[in-house]
Design a protein around this ligand. Sequence first.
Ligand code: BDR
Ligand code: CA
Length: 313
Amino acid sequence: MHKVIFDTDPGIDDAMALLFLHQHPDVDLIGITTVFGNASVETTTRNALFLKREWNIAAPVAKGDGKAFNPMRNPTDWPVMIHGHDGLGNIDVPEKIDLPLDPRPAHRFIIDTVRANPGEVTLVAVGRMSNLAFALKEAPEIAGLVKQVIIMGGAFDVPGNITPAAEANIHGDPEAADVVMTAPWKVVVVGLDVTMQTVMTRTLLDEIVEAGGARAKLLSDISQLYIDFYGRHVEDAMVVHDSCACAYLVAPELFTTRSGAIRVVAGGIADGQTIQKPDGRAFPPGNWDDLPSQHACTGINADAVLKLIAETL
Ligand code: BDR
Ligand code: CA
């Protein structure tokens, strides 16, 4: 059984990933932590509570503090074209959800939960890496207590999606992402190299709704705006980025990875770019020395991942 804290910015594909974690028999979802990204942290937290209520999810929700790791960055722009004004496809999510939040800020929830479950917790992070970086800053020793960190973010051998160099989750807080990638814990990066291949058609979504009842119907309702947006890239379909990170958790054999140290560019025209130094390549001494070897996904069996997602939902 995988004990998971899901760090998320719901977000339409985040919602699908959350339902996947909730439903998968090998996953014990022990916490949901929220971060800004697809909307403000107030909105993503309200959405997490809304999904918790609608899908009857037991895991507590802890709210991020809404700040980037570098205080000079001030997140204020949200991708309303993709995720809607409410972050969930403009379905008019109620303004207030009458459920309690965990009293701790997200990074503190992560620290406490990891300390209480040494060696057991997987962090699945599908938004900005801010909460993870703040947790590491306050309690660096948690790096040795976490089982693994699975990230949806980054682009190595393909273009970014917010600039030619950068993927949105990393671009939104590059300093945080660099802290997370270079910490002495196991990181698996499920980036655009593989997620852009994982395209769910409207037909498959309709089949999921037919078999999955009311829970899946909500998923379909919130996804319509997202499908319209992704129509620029793929016809009548959507890219299910965040669910790919969850699929890696339960079925890593469906992915191929490349190992090597990973760093994140902060500033300039390549702000937020992820770069990997493949293991075995020698370079003159520099910023890459003595960094942990991490794992970047370079290949995916997309058909099998889509089947896994559909069956789980
Ligand atoms: C990532 O950015 C967000 O829009 C999605 O939820 C996903 O986590 C894709 O770049
Ligand atoms: Ca996300």
